[in-house]
Write a protein that binds this ligand. Structure first.
Ligand code: HEC
Ligand code: HEC
Length: 202
């Protein structure tokens, strides 16, 4: 946790330094290439316009990948957008924040949910193997690592020596308030698979 706090502080400090160079430096950083592109052409018109606000406003300080890869519950996205809106030098009004949160919630329940359903459809895989793919699909690896892969600020190796299956389930769907672990809507089946995977980690 301490490491994550330090890492976040370092990230925030480097962003602040960059922003101090002025709008052109910020724009350059914002246009840092994202790995991920999504197709929103089948989304309702209102959601597509929310996507455009998101792509414009949420790329001012960092890329869009973290939002497109990570998961949050609907309330979790509203909270995350408000947290970003409150950052010094953020230029996001309430109407824009609302449109962005609606896009993120829609994308979560459509594109992200569909990619998870496709993973589960490979029913010949073991629960642990599906859970390993779910770990990527829910974006867990942008904050946690396993065997050195992912964000090493918080390693989950050997978590089975520390937490029971029940504790892990509770932690993932309703993290203690004030925790930096975000709340996610994880259906029971995905949760079972994720925890089966976590319990294999040495
Ligand atoms: C003014 C600069 C700024 C803007 C604008 C901004 N962010 Fe951020 N964002 C940050 C900083 C700095 C961090 C890392 C520190 C933290 O998480 O507190 C961050 C972290 C995040 C994270 C967590 C990433 C992780 O892996 O922990 C998400 C998700 C995120 N931003 C989404 C958004 C969204 C969605 C928007 C648009 C509504 C947005 N950001 C706009 C500065 C910004
Ligand atoms: C935005 C970053 C972020 C994402 C995404 C995230 N976590 Fe976390 N997680 C954290 C942080 C930070 C903590 C430490 C919480 C604390 O101590 O308050 C944590 C704690 C945990 C713990 C407890 C670790 C321990 O040592 O007790 C587990 C297990 C865990 N997360 C699993 C997951 C899983 C599984 C996912 C994906 C479904 C996930 N996390 C997604 C940030 C994240």
């Amino acid at each position: 946790m301490r490491q994550i706090v330090l890492w976040r502080a370092a990230f925030a400090a480097s962003l602040t330094a960059l922003l101090a160079f002025g709008a052109s430096a910020a724009a350059q950083f914002g246009s840092h290439p994202d790995e991920m592109k999504i197709d929103v052409s089948a989304y309702p018109a209102e959601v597509q316009s929310g996507y455009r606000v998101f792509a414009n406003k949420c790329s001012e300080c960092h890329g869009l990948d973290s939002s497109l890869k990570q998961s949050r519950s609907t309330k979790g996205w509203i909270d995350e957008v408000h947290r970003m809106q409150a950052m010094a030098s953020a230029h996001i009004n309430d109407r824009e924040a609302d449109a962005i949160a609606k896009f993120l919630a829609y994308d979560e329940s459509h594109r992200k949910a569909a990619s998870r359903a496709a993973i589960s459809a490979h029913s010949d895989n073991s629960s642990e193997a599906i859970g390993k793919q779910m770990f990527e699909s829910y974006g867990c690896s942008s904050c946690h690592s396993v065997a050195g892969q992912g964000n090493t600020a918080s390693a989950l190796d050997g978590i089975r020596n520390k937490r029971t299956a029940e504790e892990l389930k509770k932690l993932i769907v309703s993290p203690p308030s004030g925790s930096a672990m975000p709340a996610m809507d994880v259906p029971a089946k995905d949760l079972d698979n994720l925890v089966a995977y976590l319990l294999t980690l040495k």
